[in-house]
Design a protein around this ligand. Structure first.
Ligand code: NAD
Ligand code: ZN
Length: 238
């Protein structure tokens, strides 16, 4: 019943906002944070590497981890779920895709009206002049700014850091005004992205959640679909 309503609402909507988390890239072979880290990095918690304190203590260790994740993302391809969202964007007049992912797969699948709340793992940012630049495969560790030569850090938002304000406002605005909100593959525990679905629902939008596991948002959603991202978007007729 709620699935039928979700299909109907989604296909009729002219204002749609989507939030994605690590789960949408799981089927591209990129592990989520909740999945155990593999290989060399199994002994570390992401929380102990993706933080200003970790970087201050051992910048090389943090960069080695990012270089490993860079390779993972560079060698991955967008999956059908990324592509279905790019297609949904093309047919929806007002649309915004908000992602917590840093893997760049949405952009590679063709998404354009998009906010990357947590930055982009393919880029570094100068610690002095803040210039952002693309990293090339096999980049030196640590990389240095092409403009001023200062050490650069990963261009991502770390635990304990603020989200970029303009991007966050754009995301909140879209979730406040959409008719349908779709939340895919996020454990829904990291604020403030975790509250975007609630904002939409409180403003009268139809809230659809897509996740193989129950999350704090599940009981609140109008339709909560227990499936992987690719299969779940298929169930929604996308
Ligand atoms: P998370 O790891 O906390 O949660 C992932 C969620 O995806 C879980 O709820 C899980 O049930 C669900 N999931 C697993 N397989 C799925 C599938 N096939 N289809 C749909 N859902 C699936 O990730 P999060 O909520 O995004 O938040 C944690 C942080 O991790 C974010 O800040 C993000 O920046 C970072 N992160 C990003 C990437 C990436 O860029 N791909 C990868 C790992 C972590
Ligand atoms: Zn610089």
């Amino acid at each position: 019943m709620s699935l039928e309503a979700a299909i109907e609402r989604l296909h009729a909507a002219s204002r749609v906002a989507v939030l994605t988390g690590a789960g949408i890239s799981a089927e591209s072979g990129i592990p989520t944070f909740r999945d155990a880290q593999t290989g060399l990095w199994a002994q570390y918690n992401p929380e102990d590497l993706a933080s200003p304190a970790a970087y201050a203590t051992d910048a090389k260790l943090v960069w080695d981890w990012y270089a490993w994740r860079y390779e993972l993302c560079a060698n991955a391809s967008p999956n059908a779920a990324h592509e279905k969202l790019a297609a949904l964007e093309r047919r929806t007049p007002e649309f915004l895709l908000v992602t917590q992912n840093v893997d760049g797969l949405h952009a590679r699948a063709g998404s354009e009206r998009m906010v990357e709340l947590h930055g982009d793992i393919m880029q570094a940012r100068c610690e002095s002049c803040q210039t952002r630049f693309m990293l090339e495969a096999g980049f030196e560790i640590p990389p240095h700014c092409p403009i001023c030569g200062t050490r650069a850090r990963p261009n991502v938002v770390w635990f304990g850091e603020a989200l970029p304000r303009r991007e966050l406002e754009r995301a909140q605005q879209a979730f406040q005004t959409c008719e349908v909100a779709l939340v895919i593959g996020t454990s829904g525990v990291v604020e403030p992205a975790a509250s975007l679905g609630r904002i939409a629902k409180n403003r009268g939008a139809f809230l659809i959640e897509l996740n193989p596991l129950e999350t704090p948002l599940s009981g609140f959603a109008d339709a909560s679909i227990r499936a992987g991202a690719v299969a779940g978007l298929g169930l929604l007729g996308l």
